[in-house]
Design a binder for this molecule. Structure first.
Ligand code: ZN
Length: 180
């Protein structure tokens, strides 16, 4: 399937709330699910794009079955259709035990079947998830507004303190007032 036909077929089988998006940040295909209202968030990161569009990540899949180590660029072949923990052989030789989670789900029918089994939430379950996600977003926004208000208040406070100190210094310095 082409990415376009895969996405269309996914929307037929799993619902219109799913989309396929290429990540320039991580060089993977992202299968994403619409869960929330759009929230304004700056930048071009995957996180910013998802927040702005109101989607969350369901599955990241590499464009081929080769996992390229981000540390040394050594390739490790992956089994398709499963999420795997990869330890790069080259890095292991050099003493690093860093593990990576990677998956290769080709854009074929079997991946859609896997998604149907793994992510079959529909109807009421999706509504609940939507509400919970929107509540979290609302809380985050309220917190962000609170922080801005706090910053403004602190800024005003330090200016007030500054001017009060200045005033006292002025009035309290005998050399400036009535010293002659
Ligand atoms: Zn490596």
């Amino acid at each position: 399937m082409t990415p376009e036909t895969f996405e269309r077929e996914m929307q037929v089988r799993l619902g219109p709330h799913y989309r396929l998006r290429w990540s320039d940040e991580r060089h993977v295909w992202c299968i994403e699910h619409k869960v929330g209202r759009k929230i304004d968030f700056p930048g071009d990161s995957d996180r910013a794009i998802r927040l702005r569009d109101g989607y969350h990540l369901v599955l990241e899949t590499l464009p081929s079955n080769l996992f390229i180590c981000p540390e040394c660029h050594f390739p490790t072949p992956l089994e398709p259709f499963e999420k795997q923990e990869v330890v790069c052989d080259y890095c292991k030789l050099h003493g690093s035990k860093r593990r990576h989670i990677a998956a290769y789900f080709p854009l074929v029918d079997r991946t859609l079947t896997w998604l149907e089994q793994w992510h079959p939430r529909r109807g009421a379950a999706i509504d609940q998830e939507l509400q919970a996600h929107n509540a979290t977003l609302a809380r985050d926004r309220a917190r962000a507004r609170g922080n801005v208000a706090e910053d403004a208040a602190l800024d005003g406070w330090s200016r007030l303190i500054g001017s009060v100190q200045f005033g006292y210094t002025k009035r309290g310095t005998p050399h400036q007032f009535g010293a002659d």
